[in-house]
Ligand binder design. Sequence first.
Ligand code: PLP
Length: 439
Amino acid sequence: MNARAPLDTADWSRRSLAAVWHPCTQMARAAQQPPLSIARGEGPWLYDHAGRRYFDAISSWWVNLFGHADEGLAEAIATQARTLPHVMLAGCTHEPAVRLAERLGARTGGALGHVSFGSDGASAVEIALKQSFHSWRNLGQEAKRHFACLRHGYHGETIGALAVTDVAVFRDAYDPLLMRSHTVESPDSRLGNEAQAIEALRELLAQRHGEIAALIVEPLVQGAAGMVMHSPAYLRAVRALCREFGVHLIADEIAVGCGRTGRFFAWEHTEPAGAADWPDFLLLSKGITGGTLPLSLVLTTDAVFQAFWSDDTARGFLHSHSYTGNALACAAANAVLDRFDAGQLDANAAQAQWLADAFAPLAQDGRVAHLRQRGTILAFDVPAAMPGFAERFHLAGRARELLIRPIGRSVYLMPPYVIDPTIALWLAASVKDTLDDVV
Ligand SMILES: *Cc1c(COP(=O)(O)O)cnc(C)c1O
């Protein structure tokens, strides 16, 4: 026991502002809106030191799958911690990494059977960009050293990942540091522009395929853009165009993988009939450890793997991180996959329907536009731009036990997979009440 009296939420918030540089935060403004100091989590609820609770409607930046402090994941991590927390993955290997790679590859029907490990989403993006470029280079196509990405896409915030990210608030300050990418129109169900977006991509690839190594996309939902959605048909067209023009396709499923869209991989909504229908790279992170430990994975094809196969060390993929293939994180990920093997997607389908039913009346609300949903991602826009809307909604939500952070004027929910009909109705009512407070 600590002899001193426990600090309360306000104390920790104050000390945090002095010592912790918070992400995605203007610290000068944070003094007016101090961070919530969270003492513990249980299921979808986060509790502060005073015992006030908040429903984590956005799964702590989209990472949490089964609620906080999940017993099964805690047990898997604890068991691994007592056995082998970590060993370097060069020159050594271990069961949790091998099993995880095999299981993920099997979920693609073997199409993407070679798995690289990173520590977070951005590092997975870096790995995919480097592998794509380097594989073309090994094949004698050195001119293919540029990348294409979609308007408003988000792929992380390291220098390479930012270069294929088109979100001004994250990108603009660093633009002088970034490699040049080709940004092409993105499909948006609110605009009905899929055919145009496909044509724009065809035009770009027809003109520039000789210099483009890969196109990177967020399948079905552009998350950081404000939950902008498109159809599986768009993805099928993209797959075909990339193949026609000899450009790799990178599916960034960091946010939409792990059952979020209703299938384990969002790409499965395209109903791939064989290996050729899968992307060349598929990225996972966020939910893969259920929100417990940082881990990311890059799945790729035999063809990419073979391009590095050589007696020459320099033709190999030498990229590494200290914690590559961390055994604790792999054990957590295997425990996540156990849930999916045991039928998690059926539960997700029911939960998505309860959310749809509970929020359906909101479509009639004059303050709500473009109510949209894919799996357990639900979003709507407020029609008119209102200054400070996102922050005001966030703070009003907190007062109603709701942790929710709109993106611009798009309000979205991406809750842990623990929804029941009662919770769904409570969420819809709380969102409507919060809207009443703000609009
Ligand atoms: C979050 C995210 C990333 C970056 O992952 P980090 O772990 O934050 O680096 C990349 N792509 C997508 C689609 C994401 O949602």
